[in-house]
Design a protein around this ligand. Structure first.
Ligand SMILES: Nc1ncnc2c1ncn2[C@@H]1O[C@H](COP(=O)(O)OP(=O)(O)OP(=O)(O)O)[C@@H](O)[C@H]1O
Length: 191
């Protein structure tokens, strides 16, 4: 198992968002996380990514976690290439200009434009390139299809297939077309 979460609960103030939730992700599995607005999909991904501490419960992760946030965050004044260099450095990896050029080309992005001039779909493409370079074992994607055009959606499906082959992937989504592409669907219900 890549993820074994048991009896997870999260409370914001007086409001319980997640309660007594068990969640597993096996190696080479793709899981869609679905449910209505505000039910706690993003919260669960953030808890699994270690960005939010659960109020109760235990989480066991095997391997490195990568999180594609919606919307993704970047250094606005840096170019796409500089943001990718920065991500590699944070991971303790050497800068590899050719690898970064390839990653940008693969998602159809320019090298030197600052991210503040990007459209939201371009930012999503850059987030995909960054995650691919980071190459985690556990891929957590929050509404990854948002803002992507048809070609971007194709790139995303390639990324999900790559993620499933190399590790495991969880996709929080409202897009029903994922349901036939994943191995399992987990539906969150209001607490
Ligand atoms: N930092 C926070 N502080 C207080 N409440 C929060 C915080 N983050 C999320 N919530 C609340 O937790 C609940 C779940 O939010 P979350 O974003 O996890 O839902 P979601 O299922 O991802 O929704 P959507 O489908 O709209 O993206 C909501 O009621 C939200 O207002």
């Amino acid at each position: 198992m890549l993820i074994e979460a048991q009896a997870v609960a999260k409370r914001y103030g007086r409001d319980w968002v997640l309660r007594d939730l068990d969640f597993q992700l096996a190696k080479h599995e793709a899981v869609a996380l679905v449910g209505p607005n505000g039910v706690g999909k993003t919260t669960l991904l953030r808890v699994l990514a270690g960005l939010v501490r659960p109020t109760q419960g235990s989480i066991k992760l095997v391997g490195r976690v990568g999180f594609l946030a919606n919307p993704p965050a970047f250094h606005r004044h840096f170019s796409g290439a500089e943001n990718l260099h920065y991500a590699l450095r944070l991971d303790g990896r050497a800068d590899d200009r050719a690898e970064i050029d390839r990653a940008l080309k693969q998602v159809g992005l320019p090298h030197d434009k600052p991210v503040l001039s990007y459209s939201s779909g371009m930012k999503k493409r850059l987030a995909m390139a960054r995650l691919r370079l980071q190459n985690p074992d556990i891929w957590l994607l929050d509404e990854p299809e948002a803002a992507l055009d048809v070609q971007g959606r194709g790139l995303l499906e390639d990324l999900v297939n790559f993620a499933r082959a190399s590790g495991g992937v969880v996709i929080a989504t409202h897009d029903k077309s994922w349901l036939s592409l994943v191995d399992r669907v987990v539906e969150l219900r209001a607490t």
